[in-house]
Each structure stands twice: as C-alpha cells, then as structure tokens.
Design a protein around this ligand. Structure first.
Ligand code: 5AD
Ligand code: SF4
Length: 520
C-alpha cells in the first residue's frame, strides 16, 4: 500500500461518517425560491451519517396499494413511454411503473412523439450514466415546447441525489416531475399532481420506504422474469452510490417471494432471476435465521425450469448457499461474483471486507461444489492511487480464477462517497490503458472457454430472434452462453438441444438437434 493509500485508509477509519458532499451545501446558496422552500420543508438529503445509523427500525410490509377513484382513469386515451437506464433493478422498477400507468388508463408506446408522459428511469452508478440522461433531457426540450401538455418525469437513482435535483431545478425547469426510488407506489398521485400543477412536482425521500407487495406490474416478456427478493444495500463500498440511492437492506418475506415464483411458473415463465443489490445479505434483516440458501432450497422445488440470482457479494456468500447451489436441477451453473480488484490493499480501501486470498478460497469452494459453473465478475480499474503492481494483481486474479466474462469499468468518482474525496494520482490515460489491457485478457479468456463448446450439445432456452439476423434464433445455455441457430419461430420460449458448430468470443453458433427434456 503506498503512502497516499495509507492516508486515505486512515481517514476513512478515523472519520467514517464525515462525508461532506453537495448535500451539505448551505441552502441559502440555492437560487430559486421554490427550490429552497422544497429543500427546507420536504427534502432530507441522503447522508452517510444517517445511513450508517440505519437498520434498527422495522420495515413495514404493505399489501394495501390502492388507486384512488379520482385518479383511476386519468390516463385514458393517453400513452406512456419509460426509458430505462442502468441495472436490472431499474428494469424491475420500470415494470412496476408500467403496471401502475396501465392501471390508470395509459397505453404503452415506444414512439417519443406519441407519448403523453415520458419517464426517464435513471442510473447514478457512474458519471457517464448520468451524462447520458442529461443528454436525453436536453433532447426532450424541443418536444416539450411543441407539446406543453407532455409530462416529462425523472425518477430512479439520479433523483435520489441532491446535486441532480438541484441541476434539474436550475437548468431544466421544463421537467414536470422528479420522484425517488422509494416513491414509486405514489406514481398515481404524482401523475395527477403533475397534470394539474404549474410547478415542478418533486417527491424524494431520503428515508428508505417500506415494502409494498401488491403493486401492479407489466412484465417485459413472457419467458424470463425478475423477482426482487430484497431492496437496498448496507455494504457501503467506498466508491459506490447505491447505499444512498437505494437505501438500507430490506428483505421481502419468503412466503411473498415463493408465492410470486409459483405464480410465474403457473403462467408458463421458463426462467426467473432473483434480484437484489446484494442478494447474499437476503434475510439478515428478518431476524428469522433464514438466508438466500434457504430461500433457493425452497425455490428449486418449484416447477420452473431455470433459476438465476444476481448480484452476489463475496463477503456474504455462505456455505449453506453453496451446498444448495450444488444440488443443481433448475439452479443454473452461473455465478456472477463481483471482485472489483485483485489487490488486497485496494480491496481494503474499497471497504470490500475480503482479501484476494479469501476471494480465491471462496472460488475454490464454489468450484469444488459446482465443477461446471461459469464464473463472471465486475472489475473497477484506476481506483484512486492504484499502482501498476496492484493492477497486475487484478490481471493475475482474472487468470487464476479463469473468469469467462467480466463487466469492466474505469473508476468514476461519485459525489458524497468516501472515495470521491480521495486524492488520485493516476492519470486518465493510464486508467484507459489499464482498462484496455484488462479487456484484452477477459476477451481472450472468454474466447478460449467458448472454443471448448465446439461439437458439444447444449440446452438452450430460446428467447427470440437474434439481434443481428431475424432469421436466426438466440438463447442462453445453462451456463449462460449465448447461442445462435436456425430453427422455427414456434420454438421461442422452449428449451431445445443445439449442437455447437462454431465458437466466437461472446457467442456460439449451432444447429438445432431436437426439443430437449426440460430440466427440473
Ligand atoms: N465507478 C466505477 N464503477 C463502479 N461500480 C460501482 N460504483 C462504481 C464507480 N463509482 C461498478 C462495480 C459494481 C458495478 C455494478 O458497477 O463494479 O459491481
Ligand atoms: Fe455498491 Fe454492490 Fe458495494 Fe452495495 S455491495 S455498496 S451495491 S458495489
């Protein structure tokens, strides 16, 4: 660990809650009177100090979501469009918002010019994600000028950040509605307010919400479905904005999750993905001695052919879960296990709470129990003051584990997080060059593992036409490999056997053999 890194680590240790950010700027600096009033009266900025104290109070589960009569048909004859950025959690939230808007009479459209309400469901994880959204907001301005009745709303993770709300209020006052990740169930009321109010409607809670169980939902697709098992994250990795934008960890009750999976199975869905920011922490807040392993052990008995889960944190990945995953069946041979760095020193400053050695031990255990499992990961390069040697440790870890795929990112400072305050001596050029080297290695490993499939038979869940060629069908194997092959469209939604004829870096070409037995 170099001198600068030691200093940063000491600062985090000594002063864990002193995270000065835009949220701490005095209110009087704000220009618009409405804006100041809003922040004084309604808005509580997300603060790490408060966030770190959280977790003690009970989360209430509600089953009584209801749409008031005066709003029930407010969208009749109108159309909605939701643009989704970022992770699966946002896709999940979009399905809920689509369900609510449909319930109040709106119809969905993919044509911007046709929409009466456009919602941008945003992502705050890296700066470029935010830039994309601000770019889109800029593009929508002429449309709003043309159609003053059009409602434009910003929701999702960016709306949980005060600096973003601030910027929209000051620079994009034509936006009608801003609401946070904890306010989705209030959408009917918010749409009504936005329709009739001349002011921008802003509703963002910094306190995390309860769990609302009976929200309507319009699922995208009829083959694969998301099943949220928990909300929020309490890990507080030093670079990450998620614990602030998504709030504290709250697990849904097992019976509610199991009921949802049973319903999806009955409706003919073929694959579900259990979803959460840190699914391995599932159940910790329930005081029930019941974890993800226990939940998966029950779900694997449900008659649904494929079950995945994402995203895992290595720290909470326990032996019980490994034991259950090893039972196989409908539990898929793919584990996405974000490592972030191969250097124990960098992991420490990231507050990941495991070392390189612990991660490798976990991989070893998983491989012993599930010899066929595909392992993929997330990696951040160019964390503040990362040295060439530390980066080399990431490269060597990628080789040692034999990851078959990785989402790789250049570190992006996020306002309000501890890492954003760290001085950084790594020039952007160096970060970019490291990312290229890492990607070259990951691509090479992916291509090598793909080659092993040539001539093999694989079970493919057919998802639809290939993106590049509508005459070709595409789907994924048990080990999460994309396969393209020619077959009748009537097989979409089925699990079929395909013989792999050619391996590419990120996909396999194959020939249909026969309809396979569905794995149970
Ligand atoms: N900069 C770059 N990448 C980040 N991630 C999270 N926060 C940041 C950040 N500030 C990456 C991590 C995480 C994935 C979802 O996004 O790798 O696992
Ligand atoms: Fe962010 Fe994941 Fe760390 Fe939670 S566990 S703080 S979501 S990187």
């Amino acid at each position: 660990m170099n001198e600068q890194q030691r200093k940063e680590l000491n600062q985090i240790k000594e002063n864990p809650t002193d995270r000065k950010s835009a949220q701490d700027k005095p209110l009087k600096e704000k220009t618009s009177a409405d804006f100041a009033k809003y922040f004084e009266t309604t808005y509580q900025p997300p603060s790490l100090k408060n966030a770190k104290k959280r977790g003690k109070e009970d989360v209430n589960v509600h089953y009584d979501f209801d749409i008031p009569e005066d709003i029930a048909r407010i969208g009749e004859g109108k159309k909605f469009l939701i643009r989704t950025y970022g992770c699966q959690m946002n896709e999940h939230d979009t399905e809920i918002m689509a369900g609510i808007l449909t319930d109040i009479g709106y119809e969905s459209t993919s044509d911007t010019n046709e929409a009466d309400i456009i919602l941008l469901n945003t992502c705050a994880i890296r700066e470029n994600a935010e830039n994309k959204v601000f770019g889109e907001i800029g593009h929508l301005k002429p449309l709003k000028q043309e159609k003053p009745d059009l409602i434009i709303g910003v929701c999702g993770c960016m709306s949980q950040e005060e600096s973003v709300v601030n910027r929209i209020l000051q620079k994009h006052p034509f936006i009608d509605l801003i609401f946070g990740t904890h306010n989705i169930h209030r959408l009917p009321q918010l749409v009504k307010e936005a329709m009739f109010s001349k002011e921008m409607v802003v509703e963002v809670w910094s306190k995390e919400g309860d769990i609302v169980e009976n929200l309507p939902r319009q699922r995208k697709g009829s083959i694969k479905a998301w099943v949220n098992i928990m909300y929020g994250c309490d890990k507080f990795c030093t670079y990450c904005i998620v614990p602030y934008t998504r709030g504290k960890e709250r697990s849904r009750l097992p019976q509610d999750i199991i009921q949802e999976v049973r319903q999806l199975a009955a409706q003919g869905y073929k694959e579900i993905t259990l979803l959460g920011q840190n699914v391995n922490a599932y159940g910790k807040d329930l005081d029930m001695e019941y974890g993800l392993g226990d939940l998966m052990d029950e779900i694997r008995k449900i008659d649904i052919p494929r079950v995945r889960f994402t995203t895992s944190h290595p720290r909470d990945f326990d032996d019980r879960l490994i034991e259950v995953l090893a039972k196989g069946g409908n539990l898929l041979d793919h584990i996405h296990l974000p490592v972030q760095s191969g250097s124990s020193e960098v992991l420490k400053i990231m507050a990941r709470k495991y070392t390189r050695e612990r991660y490798l031990e976990l991989v070893h255990k998983i491989r012993e129990a599930m010899p066929n499992a595909t392992l993929t990961t997330d990696i951040i390069v160019g964390f503040p003051n990362e040295t060439e040697e530390q980066f080399q440790e990431t490269l060597s870890l990628v080789e040692e584990v034999g990851f078959e795929g990785a989402y790789t990112f250049i570190y992006s400072p996020r306002e309000g997080t501890p890492a954003a305050k760290m001085k950084d001596n790594v020039p952007m050029e160096v970060k970019k060059e490291r990312l290229q080297r890492l990607n070259a290695l990951v691509n090479h490993q992916a291509a090598e593992t793909m080659k092993k499939y040539e001539g093999e038979m694989v079970d493919v869940l057919v998802e639809g036409e290939s993106k590049k060629n509508p005459d070709v069908l595409a789907g994924y194997t048990h080990r999460n490999k994309l396969v393209n092959f020619r077959a009748p469209k009537s097989l979409i939604g089925e699990i079929v056997q395909v013989k792999v004829t050619k391996a590419k870096t990120w996909s396999l070409d194959g020939e249909l053999v026969q309809t396979a037995e569905v794995k149970s």
